[in-house]
Design a protein around this ligand. Structure first.
Ligand SMILES: [Zn+2]
Length: 452
């Protein structure tokens, strides 16, 4: 065995000795080949890198990360810009083919060529024709401006964001067979110039919430508007193309997250304007300084009546001697007296029950419900929206009742509260000096909420 190994080593040694030069040559050749390959591949990579920095394609579930600067206009633009794209991205996530592109315009470039060239031929040319026909202003793109766009299935353009650095961003969203235009403007004029403000101008396409989201308006600001105006107008009855403008201020928290605050908003539908403004106390009011989304009156009748039985959760039944809570207050009201809703809200019950008789329940917000019992005649239907002071019924003596009266309850967070003492439902209107300051602020903000 050992002899075989020894002899084979000897053989190899002799072979290598004989072909020494051939071996060295082969070795050198291999090194050269490897080096050439290295240089070639690195060249190719550099070339690819240049291309990808020009038009960035974001695949599947990756988000485009913008570098966020702390101050100045760039920060505002970037924040809004990324917000718009993120919202579209999340919204269309269920679709299989969704691609997002980002491109900085170079010299003498036009929109159609950019979209075709940098969408990897993934866009239908008719999309661009349609967009340019509707908005010829898009022919005016300039060097250094940033374009971002999203393409969904069937080569369709879903959204184009045009960053007209540094003061304005325009957003073009697909709405069935056409595009809507949204305008976003940056300003440091309001708010004493302390924090920048952003104005969003848009048109309704789909619901108000979706339209506002697609412009990049923060969720908390959208909620403020819908909460404040929910009983002034029916958001389900808005029309496509209705215009709105929203003014917000943005601040940066210590942890570098962004805080947006609604300053004012205008919504125009059926020829009528609805306004919301934030007062210095943080609450939202209308143009006349009347609180929005939080107003109540104390009594469910036009004038107060004598209280015949008080609110008492520990009341003892005089007959059985057992605790029989009285979750509301009874007013000695003659039969046929108009009963009114104590606040804006939605009727959730208008029906007959053995105990309550004819009764109405109204939900005013997610925390508060009111109930009106022993009624003679119901004047509202479930699902109906009512405003503060609207007639909802005529009082009576139906159900388990020993005489004509109106039983009235207020429930807050699923617990009954004393309607005569609760301070949670104060009617609010700014008065005196506060009102003067507020009206001045409104005067200053109004021209900013124009639609042009
Ligand atoms: Zn009662």
């Amino acid at each position: 065995m050992r002899s075989i190994i020894v002899s084979s080593i000897k053989l190899l040694y002799r072979y290598m000795y004989k072909h020494y030069f051939v071996m060295v040559f082969v070795f050198l050749l291999m090194i050269v080949i490897v080096m050439v390959c290295e240089v070639f591949t690195s060249c190719m990579l550099n070339k690819n890198k240049k291309n990808s920095s020009k038009a960035l394609l974001i695949k599947n579930h990756e988000f485009h990360q913008f570098e966020i600067m702390k101050n100045g206009k760039f920060f505002n633009n970037v924040m809004v810009h990324s917000n718009i794209l993120k919202k579209h991205w999340c919204f269309n996530e269920s679709l299989r083919d969704i691609n997002m592109y980002n491109y900085t315009v170079s010299q003498n470039e036009i929109l159609s060529k950019i979209l075709i060239k940098y969408s990897n031929n993934g866009i239908d040319a008719s999309e661009i024709t349609l967009l340019l026909q509707q908005y010829p202003v898009l022919r005016q793109i300039k060097t250094g401006q940033i374009l971002s766009w999203i393409i969904i299935t069937k080569k369709k353009l879903q959204c184009l964001v045009w960053d007209i650095f540094p003061q304005e961003i325009r957003v073009y969203n697909r709405m069935n067979t056409s595009f809507t235009e949204g305008i976003i403007r940056f300003s440091n004029q309001l708010n004493d110039g302390l924090s920048p403000s952003i104005l969003f101008i848009g048109k309704l396409s789909g619901t108000f919430i979706d339209s506002a989201r697609s412009l990049g308006i923060e969720e908390n600001c959208i909620m403020d508007i819908t909460n404040a105006l929910q009983y002034q107008l029916d958001f389900h009855k808005l029309h496509q193309g209705d215009r709105f403008s929203v003014l917000i201020s943005i601040m940066m928290n210590d942890d570098h997250s962004i805080k947006s605050k609604l300053l004012g908003a205008r919504l125009c539908t059926a020829g009528k304007d609805y306004y919301v403004f934030r007062a210095n106390n943080g609450k939202l009011y209308d143009r006349e300084a009347v609180r929005l989304g939080g107003n109540f009156i104390r009594f469910p009748t036009l004038k107060p009546f004598r209280v015949s039985s008080n609110f008492n959760l520990n009341r003892l039944n005089p007959v059985t001697g057992q605790v029989s809570p009285h979750a509301g207050v009874d007013f000695a009201v003659p039969i046929g007296t108009p009963v009114v809703s104590v606040g804006d809200g939605e009727v959730i019950v208008s029906a007959y029950s053995k105990i309550a008789g004819n009764y109405v329940a109204i939900r005013h917000n997610c925390h508060c419900t009111t109930r009106y019992m022993h009624l003679k005649k119901l004047l509202v239907k479930p699902g109906q929206r009512v405003k503060l002071g609207d007639n909802i019924a005529l009082s009576g003596n139906t159900g388990r009742s020993t005489g004509p009266h109106l039983h009235f309850e207020i429930w807050i967070n699923h617990r009954p509260v004393n309607p005569l003492t609760t301070t949670l439902l104060n009617f609010e209107k700014l008065l005196g000096h506060e009102r003067t300051i507020y009206l001045n602020q409104v005067k200053e903000m109004l021209p900013h909420l124009c639609f042009d």
